[in-house]
Design a binder for this molecule. Structure first.
Ligand SMILES: NC(=O)c1ccc[n+]([C@@H]2O[C@H](COP(=O)([O-])OP(=O)(O)OC[C@H]3O[C@@H](n4cnc5c(N)ncnc54)[C@H](O)[C@@H]3O)[C@@H](O)[C@H]2O)c1
Length: 321
């Protein structure tokens, strides 16, 4: 796409993520036009359109795409309803932003990625933790000493409601995938893996742990368990003589050369904001998408890249001790 002043967007979905993190981000960008919005539920559609001053509303997304003729489309619907909407949009040669997970199977993600490549569409999946300002800053400091030699991603929850969307999507693909994706971001592609996948106090799988060796020889650890005391998401990154421990809802602490006291980076300071959609990485991920559209380059978490995260999810299931 040639450089443009304003990106014209069609928006599918007036649900939670749309209202709480994506549309508040887009509404702040002067180079974005939120040209039309669609949802199946009239009340949500009306409320969201009013909140973000979007004039054109639709309950049929194909009608919206015909009428609005956007450059790009946001598709923020539950993952098991995603595929047909993405394929239709890619067939229309539109650029596409979706939330994670990028489909419910690797096969779906691969087929979306193939069509996007064939039709020269720019695509992005919302793995916002890669864009969390405090994690990005902590990684930069660690890599000043050299590449990451060891890393870990921990995602814990106290969650007993079963697989997501009434059983449509398993827990690892639907949600723990955030930890899988950020391991790839920290360590690169995975050479070897041994995992443990368990059902704890349940008939479904809710605990996923793995030891990984990346292609560059670095070591990674995935620690996820959905039946523990509370929700926590954290990452560790280590290089020679330096270590970063980040809890991106709060802070990162960097330790160097055996010094007792670490350097603390507060999450809200790193993002220069107290608003969650900014400090949690959503604002910067949306900015990245829009910048990529303007520059005609693929976003970091494009569909082809997300195939690799889905393949790593599959390997976690298939590499059990
Ligand atoms: N990145 C994160 O941390 C994070 C957190 C929560 C959810 N998510 C992801 O965000 C996505 C959306 O989740 P949510 O919580 O906002 O869901 P939601 O149920 O609140 O909203 C989805 C909306 O899509 C609408 N919809 C469904 N099919 C439609 C269609 N064919 N045409 C038009 N509208 C349609 C529904 O009516 C609903 O309003 C999911 O993929 C979920 O996995 C990501």
């Amino acid at each position: 796409m040639a450089k443009k002043e304003k990106i014209r967007l069609a928006l599918i979905g007036a649900g939670n993520m749309a209202n709480s993190v994506h549309y508040p981000s887009l509404a702040e960008f002067p180079d974005v036009e939120m040209a039309g919005i669609c949802d199946l539920v009239e009340e949500k559609l009306k409320a969201t359109a009013e909140k973000f001053h979007i004039e054109r509303t639709f309950t049929d997304y194909k009608e919206m795409l015909d009428e609005i003729q956007p450059d790009s489309v946001y598709i923020l619907v539950p993952p098991h309803h995603l595929f047909d909407l993405v394929i239709e949009s890619l067939n229309r040669k539109l650029n596409v932003f979706i939330e994670k997970p990028p489909g419910i199977t690797t096969e779906q993600t691969k087929n979306m990625a193939r069509l996007a490549e064939k039709n020269h569409c720019l695509t992005m999946v919302g793995f916002q933790r890669r864009f969390s300002p405090v994690i990005v800053e902590a990684r930069k400091k660690v890599e000043e000493r050299g590449s990451i030699i060891q890393c870990a991603a921990r995602f814990m929850k106290n969650y007993f409601a079963g697989p997501y969307y009434n059983g449509a999507v398993d827990i690892l693909t639907a949600d723990s995938i955030h930890a899988v994706d950020i391991l790839r971001w920290m360590g690169g592609e995975v050479k070897k893996i041994v995992s443990s996948v368990k059902n704890l106090y349940a008939e479904y799988k809710n605990t996923f742990n793995a030891l990984l060796e990346f292609e560059n020889g670095a070591i990674g650890m995935l620690l996820t368990n959905w039946v523990v005391g509370k929700r926590i998401f954290s990452v560790e990154m280590h290089s020679k003589g330096i270590s970063a421990f980040a809890e991106p809802d709060d802070k990162a602490v960097i330790y160097k050369d055996n010094e007792e006291k670490g350097e603390t980076l507060l999450t809200q300071d790193a993002a220069k904001s107290k608003e969650k959609h900014k400090y949690a990485g959503f604002f910067t991920e949306n900015r990245h998408f829009i910048d990529c559209l303007k520059e005609g380059k693929q976003p970091m978490t494009n569909f082809a890249d997300s195939v690799k995260t889905m393949e790593l999810v599959d390997r976690i299931y298939h590499s059990q001790m």
